[in-house]
Design a binder for this molecule. Sequence first.
Ligand code: BGC
Length: 845
Amino acid sequence: MRAIGEADLQSRLARLSLDQKVRLLTGADFWALYPEPGAGLRRIVTSDGPAGVRGETWDERDTSANIPSPTALAATWDCDRVAAIGRLLAAEARRKGVDVLLAPTVNLHRTPYGGRHFECFSEDPLLTARIGVAYVRGLQSQGVGATVKHFICNDSETERMSVDVRIDDRTLRELYLAPFEAIVREAGAWAVMASYNRVNGPTMTESPLLRSILHDEWGYDGLVMSDWTATRSTEAAARAALDLAMPGPAERFGPWGDALLEAVRAGQVDEALLDDKVLRILRMAARVGGLDDAVPVSPAPVDIPRELRATAAASFVLARNERSLLPLDRSGPDGSGLGRVALIGPNAEIARTLGGGSATVYPPYTVSPLDGLRAAGLDVALAPGTLGHLRPAAARAPWLLRPGGSTSGSVVRFFSPSGEVIGSEQRDGAVFRWMSEFAAIGAPEQIDRLEVSCLIRATEAGTYQLGVTGIGRFRLLADEGVLFDETLTMRKGADVGETLMAPPVRLAPLDLAAGQSVAVRLEHDVHTSPMAGFGTFFQLLLEVPHGTDDEELQAAVALAAGSDIAVVVVGTTAEVESEGFDRTSLALPGRQDKLVRTVVAANPRTVVVVNSGAPVLLPWAGDVGAVLLTWFGGQEFGNALADVLLGEAEPGGRLPTTWPASEDGLLSGQPAGGVLSYTEGLFIGYRAFDRDGREPLFPFGYGRGYTTWSYDSITVDCDEANPAGAPGVGGQGVGGQGVGGQGVGGQSVAVCVEVRNTGSRPGREVVQVYASRPDSAVERPAKWLAGFTAVDADPGETVNVGILLPERAFQHWADGGWTLEAGTFGLAAGSSSASLPLTASVALK
Ligand code: BGC
């Protein structure tokens, strides 16, 4: 591809009229920018997001590789692996005609209640920065743009559209801006997304921080786009360094378009400001191959299943493993085989592979724990044990059939106001979401009503619950009998994310004999949808017969008692962890705690797998043989689970965020009077636990592997690129993943750490180095992560690794700049924030 220089971009800009420039500054539709032949600019397509590339259609007809949740990526503490995932996403983006990915989300885990916790990497700014830099580098190396979001302080969901986050400069710099700074400076991100919320007054799409920090301080030459509908003013937003208002068109979503044209003509907004914005759009286009006939970079082919399976396994955190219950030995305790595995829990049969909201994608397939363990050849028997907390799933095979009954799926027909059929779709499932896709069917305002038709065929006799989740008027009929005709409404003040992910549910019972089919029709008045005019969304739900709560529990316990081993998969779902709302409790929903306790009492050889994107409370953890935290594991979840349970892969993860023992002392994301004050300052996550002397359940950085390690020595000011020269044997690689970044050079500190694999299996260890400053004149956390790296070693092998701690790790923000408090800093190395056996110090000037 021909490199397009700045002079070329300027000359393209010079060819555009004011009208043409203004048009470019608002999206053309929900996901794309306008093409502009006058500048040789083609249509540029954006798409969510952090867990896979959705593309312009949001349903099962256009599937997307579903990667593990961003919390899982961070749990690998492995920048090379995350960069590979970035390249995989780029290949997906190109396959789906996407130029700019709306990811990564690098807001911090300020509170575990945050609805989008699963979508962000970590509570620690350094870990978030390193993982974010790797992600963006991987993605952009293949010619697909990253959009680092949400700038800034969108760390929880409650009132996210309006809340005013009050934060002091030092906290803003040292915590929340740090990942953005690293990604902008080191990875050269091509786009940043301005968030919905306010920070210290102005809304972020009008904030002076866009210019003063991004442009002036960091020299950012990329594009700032608004979060969807976050641009709320014509002039103030245009004067700020916001370049692109999304989505479009302006006629529907405003507030630029003609109003901006007028403002420029009236002299209220300087045209030079618009020129800079257009230039940034053209620069982005040049980078993604969107100018003239540029041939985009063709990303290298990726073996997606293999990459996702290995990444999921590398993210699983083995939190407890008493008497080496794991890995399971296929040959069994007496060599006669592992025997029967009781697979229990609400998350065992349906894979929970991602969280909710705009990060949702439709994977081509998912491997549930049941699928994965069966594919591994284990003798598995299933009992859910509890279902109570789950919204019934959308109707699916084998119960859901298209009219006629020969194929699974459903048929949708669209009607005009005069009752004419103006389009139809053959669908594979019963989850429906049209955003701008109505345009492909006809003029959106022409679609007045739609009907979903299918057969529901009973596999066993009993009471089925048939229904809908959505907003607007729905009429459900079975064999022409009306089950209900109702208008479902959202609670007042609900966020768009909540509206999409957790709309009301209406169910009706249907008694069916085994093998009986009923013709089902769901009618929906499209103009009653909150997205009337361009789309709508809903699901046809089906709950199949099951026992009472107590019957389900008893069945699971009986199965566990009669099996050789029990694997209980507990967790949350995309309806529990989602964009649009925060969690109000960290407890596992429903009767899952009771289920675990009862199963453990019935079979002491019980492994609990926790399938959630974010921390949940595990009050029984101390009584269970093994606990494996698996996040939302992406489409290969079940295969990776089998690999780790059987010891074919190492549980490589270390916690990117603290798992609390209780809800005591946790920060909430709840504003008061429209204001959310970050009064805790620097003290989030492990920094807060340290300050308060509270014990978490599992500390930041923690995770066991299948082998053991000893930490033997630490050397400061070593030759970190050649650690073998330092005392010890062997040597592994250059630098650590604290390397790079702001302040490298200057007074960066090289540390070499010698570790030995003291177990009987090869393994991987994440060596972490924390800094401290006990006698500081400024308030500081007791310790903070300064660098890390991973080592691989065989049994008995000693490895000496070098980690370069950047100068920034020792600096603090004071009086408008970075400063280094001269004196002696403590250093401590170990396997987690709570296990740091090696200590040293370094004097800095
Ligand atoms: C989310 C963004 C997302 C956008 C487009 C917004 O509601 O906050 O993260 O990229 O929608 O789907």
